[in-house]
Design a protein around this ligand. Structure first.
Ligand code: ASP
Length: 422
């Protein structure tokens, strides 16, 4: 990021001193943009297979859904409520700070790309209930294959969730007439596909420095260093909202529901939290999360073994919050004020995007196209915020892992009465 920015700013300086021609400067910017665009397209390429494989294998592999009972219900309820609170926190923060207002879009776009104009502004005013119903209808694909081909994310998520649930039921239903092992093989197919997609994503993500270098080069070559300043307010908003969720909301819930000391809990989980920060991957951190929860925080192993792996896949408070802030920031940069109904859609899709995001670096960034397209913003706008994404990913992943561990403590607390030992 710094190298790209310095190179771009240097070229700009040379051009203004007349050492190189404006054409040379433009060519430098175009090369940077080209590199960035290649990276962005590679990311976009992964979205559909990654989401489908992640959701289907995650749910199909949960073990018999019908036996999860109260523990499963409590876990899901806790996961959904904390993610929803995180999203509201994010929306309030970004609406208060308004870091995108007045930011020149061209600054971040580096000029070369001519993106389609957003359509959100043109949407006629509708009642919140109408918009939500409309969204619900559009979530149900009339043809899941067409949804995948068109990259219609919400219908795809909806279908993948159902596919996972019914694959799970079919595998564990003894009355099922399918030939023995056939459903398990389908599940294994999706699990294998997921493993491959994760590797592919990590390989593409390894190119992130080149993409970010390119974007920074091209934006500072076109506009000087202002792009950094423009993103500063946004990054700070995400960081502050994450901090609020981590030091106010989650500790209050933890203490309120279990009387556990939040400080002692953080201390117990510290190795996992630091790993999450360093790796930006909930999945990568999972072994450590399990270990810290059981042996340092005293959460029964059988609770952790269910709650934490599920959480690493579906519960991402930090990611949910970040999706909401990032998309509203982008809307602000485009000069759009999203209506209340559109913010409702945004909250809902941010929640789904966080559920669908895999626990690997930048998965949340990949999923942002879901939220962007739901509110009518161009999906290429993800490029605007890439420059600061790694550091924000480290912060949000830490919150993701922390919220999983709080959920495990809360669920464990309510499991105690039946006295089952670890
Ligand atoms: N890196 C995050 C995680 O592993 C996901 C994201 O990109 O938001 O939890």
């Amino acid at each position: 990021m710094l190298t790209g920015a310095a190179l771009g700013a240097g070229l700009r300086e040379l051009a203004s001193d007349g050492v190189i021609s404006p054409e040379r400067l433009a060519a430098g910017a175009a090369i940077g943009q080209g590199l960035g665009d290649i990276f962005l397209r590679l990311l976009q390429m992964l979205v559909v297979p990654l989401i489908v494989a992640s959701l289907v294998s995650g749910i199909a592999g949960l073990g018999d859904l019908r036996r999860l009972g109260p523990m499963g219900a409590r876990t899901l309820a806790f996961y959904l409520s904390t993610s929803a609170i995180a999203i509201v926190t994010g929306i309030v923060a970004v609406q208060l700070v308004r870091p995108g207002v007045g930011v020149d879009r061209a600054l971040l776009e580096s000029g070369a790309a001519d993106h389609a104009l957003p359509t959100a502004a043109a949407a006629p005013a509708q009642a919140v209930s109408d918009v939500l119903y409309d969204q619900l209808l559009r979530m149900i694909p009339t043809n899941p294959i067409a949804a995948a081909a068109e990259g219609a994310m919400l219908p795809l998520i909806f279908f993948s969730l159902l596919l996972g649930v019914f694959m799970n039921l079919a595998e564990h239903d003894p009355a099922d007439s399918a030939p023995p092992g056939s459903v398990a093989r389908v599940r294994q197919f999706f699990e294998g596909l997921f493993a491959v997609m994760m590797r592919m994503t990590l390989a593409v993500i390894a190119l992130a420095p080149i993409g970010v270098f390119g974007f920074m080069l091209s934006s500072t070559a076109s506009h000087g260093a202002e792009a950094f300043v423009a993103l500063g307010g946004y990054a700070l908003t995400v960081a502050l909202a994450l901090l609020f969720h981590a030091v106010v909301t989650l500790p209050l819930l933890l203490y309120g529901l279990t009387r556990r000391s939040p400080l002692a809990h953080v201390r117990a989980m510290l190795p996992a939290l630091m790993t999450a920060f360093g790796t930006a991957s909930s999945n990568g951190t999972l072994p450590l999360t399990l270990e810290c929860a059981e042996h340092r925080a005293g959460i029964p192993g059988r609770v952790g073994a269910f709650v934490l792996p599920l959480g690493a896949t579906v519960n991402m408070d930090g990611t949910a919050l970040y999706e909401a802030v990032a998309v509203l920031f982008i809307a602000q940069v485009y000069g759009l004020d999203l209506s209340l109904a559109q913010q409702g859609v945004l909250a809902l899709t941010a929640l789904l995007a966080s559920v669908g995001a895999a626990g690997i670096p930048h998965a949340g960034t990949v999923m942002m196209v879901v939220v962007l397209s739901a509110v009518g913003l161009p999906t290429t706008a993800v490029g605007l915020i890439l420059a600061v994404d790694r550091i924000l990913d480290m912060c949000r992943t830490t919150v993701n892992v922390y919220s999983d561990s709080v959920a495990a403590a809360v669920v464990a607390h309510f499991e105690k009465p039946d006295g089952a030992p670890t």
